[in-house]
Design a protein around this ligand. Structure first.
Ligand code: DGL
Length: 294
């Protein structure tokens, strides 16, 4: 049992889509989220520079005593996941392998589309992950930078968004894909828009759900679960933790999990978009300065 928080980070608000699934699956875990909104976007940057940012953010989060790290950013995963794993003493999870796995399990015609950042597409990280799972799958990739920027700016619907979205997704329809990977953690914020426009044309896959499952399995594997994890015994929810064991009808009052949010920018829509996405979960975002260049 380990009550330290899970650290989750992205260049901006996108990683909240992954955090949301982690909270959904593991509601008792404490979490710390970091959005590098000052340096957003990561997508067009050199991957060596992204890797430098990733290591500095990881240092910041390990300084907040996180028990595991979730790289909730595809670009950062492509740039630095393996190096991070080799350098940190805590478990580290990225979003590309879970997304590749879900897509591979869902395609029937072995034609998979990917929209992602320029950095992720050029790294070929999805292609490599997918070919490792099933070499017969063909991946059709598009970098969709304008879509990332609109979402980070809080534009989650409307004519402009539809126009930009079609510009990237329509060509993939011509490739006869039956699965579309949302290869940027910002994109699940507009998943409903994609589904309502292209319903029936392909399945939409985001790595968030599968990543959250990986987080759960990893916590279990290393016995790192929070002691407040809820257990169901004989159909009754039983709370185990600081209250001791208590069943239905007891008066045990359990403190809610701690949710902390950090960002580096000062003009971002983090709070607005975050609240829209996570509801009441975000009460405050702490602004921090990280000394790692721009
Ligand atoms: N959300 C990020 C990703 O999954 C990056 C967006 C960006 O900073 O360009 O790649």
């Amino acid at each position: 049992m380990d009550n330290r928080p899970i650290g989750v980070f992205d260049s901006g608000v996108g990683g909240l889509t992954v955090l949301s699934e982690i909270i959904h699956l593991l509601p008792d875990e404490n979490t710390v989220y970091f959005g590098d909104t000052l340096r957003f976007p990561y997508g067009p940057r050199d991957l060596n520079q992204v890797s430098h940012f990733v290591f500095k953010i990881s240092e910041f989060l390990t300084g907040r005593n996180v028990k595991m790290l979730v790289v909730a950013c595809n670009t950062s995963t492509a740039a630095a996941l393996e190096d991070l794993k080799n350098n940190l003493k805590i478990p580290v999870i990225g979003v590309i392998e879970p997304g590749a796995r879900t897509a591979s399990n869902n395609t029937s015609n072995n034609r998979v589309g990917l929209i992602a950042t320029k950095g992720t597409v050029e790294s070929r990280a999805y292609e490599i992950a997918i070919k490792n799972i099933n070499p017969r799958i063909n991946l059709f990739s598009y970098a969709a930078p304008k879509l990332v920027e609109l979402i980070e700016a809080g534009v989650l619907e409307g004519v402009k968004l539809q126009e930009v979205m079609s510009g990237y997704v329509d060509p993939l329809i011509k490739e006869n894909i039956d699965v579309l990977i949302l290869g940027c953690t910002h994109f699940p914020l507009i998943e409903n828009q994609i589904i309502s426009k292209y319903s029936g044309d392909f399945k939409v896959i985001s790595s968030a759900v599968e990543t959250a499952k990986d987080v759960k399995n990893t916590l279990e594997k290393f016995s790192l679960q929070n002691e407040n994890s809820i257990k169901v015994i004989n159909g009754t929810h039983v709370t185990k933790g600081s209250c001791g064991i208590s069943g239905a009808g007891s008066t045990c009052i359990r403190q809610g999990p701690e949710r902390t949010y950090y960002e580096t920018g000062n003009a971002s829509k983090f709070l607005e978009v975050g609240r829209m996405f996570l509801g009441g979960e975000i009460s405050e975002v702490v602004r921090v300065k990280l000394d790692m260049g721009q």
